[in-house]
Design a protein around this ligand. Structure first.
Ligand code: HEC
Length: 140
C-alpha cells in the first residue's frame, strides 16, 4: 500500500500528467477548428441562414451536427444528398415534396431567405465532421 506521502505524489503527478495531456489535446482541437469548418467560407449570407435556422426553430424537429430533435431527418449533409432545389421546395411547401407525409411547417419562404438557408446548409455540408453523422448500417 502507498504511504501517505506516496499517495500525495501519486495524486499530484497523475493530475499534472493527465492535465497536460488534456490541455494539449484541447489546444490541438482549437487549432483544427478553422480548418475543419472552412471558416473562410462563412459569408454574411451563411450567417443570415444560421439566424433564420434559429428563428424558425428548425432544430425543434431536425438535427444538425448531432444537435437538435429526431422527429425529422438530419440536415447536416442534406445539401449534398438532396441538393438545392429540393431544399428550396421544402422551404416553400413540403407537401410538394412529400405529399401526405409527416408534417413540416409550410414556411412559404421568400427567395432572399431561401438563398440564405441554402447557403447555410451548403456551408454546413462542407464542414469536416469526421464522418458525422454515421451512415446507417443497412444502407450504401
Ligand atoms: C414541425 C417540425 C419541423 C420543423 C420546425 C422543420 N421541419 Fe423540415 N422536415 C420536417 C419533417 C417531418 C420532414 C420530413 C418529411 C417527411 O419525411 O415526411 C422535413 C424535411 C425537411 C427537409 C428535406 C430532408 C430530406 O431528407 O428530404 C429539409 C431540407 C428541411 N426539412 C428543412 C427545414 C428547415 C431549413 C427548417 C427551418 C426553416 C425546417 N425544416 C423546419 C419537419 C420539420
Amino acid at each position: 500500500m502507498l504511504s501517505k506521502n506516496g499517495a500525495k505524489y501519486f495524486f499530484l503527478i497523475g493530475t499534472v500528467f493527465f492535465g497536460a495531456i488534456f490541455l494539449s489535446l484541447s489546444y490541438d482541437t482549437l487549432v483544427q477548428i478553422p480548418k475543419q469548418t472552412k471558416e473562410q467560407n462563412m459569408t454574411p449570407l451563411v450567417v443570415k441562414g444560421k439566424l433564420l435556422f434559429d428563428r424558425h426553430n428548425c432544430m425543434g424537429c431536425h438535427t444538425i451536427m448531432g444537435e437538435g430533435a429526431y422527429y425529422a431527418p438530419d440536415l447536416t449533409k442534406v445539401y449534398e444528398t438532396k441538393g438545392e432545389d429540393w431544399i428550396r421546395n421544402m422551404l416553400i411547401d413540403p407537401e410538394m415534396v412529400y405529399p401526405g407525409a409527416r408534417k413540416m411547417v409550410k414556411y412559404d419562404m421568400n427567395e432572399a431567405d431561401q438563398d440564405a438557408m441554402v447557403a447555410f446548409l451548403k456551408w454546413i455540408s462542407e464542414v469536416d465532421t469526421n464522418n458525422w453523422p454515421p451512415k446507417p448500417v443497412n444502407q450504401e
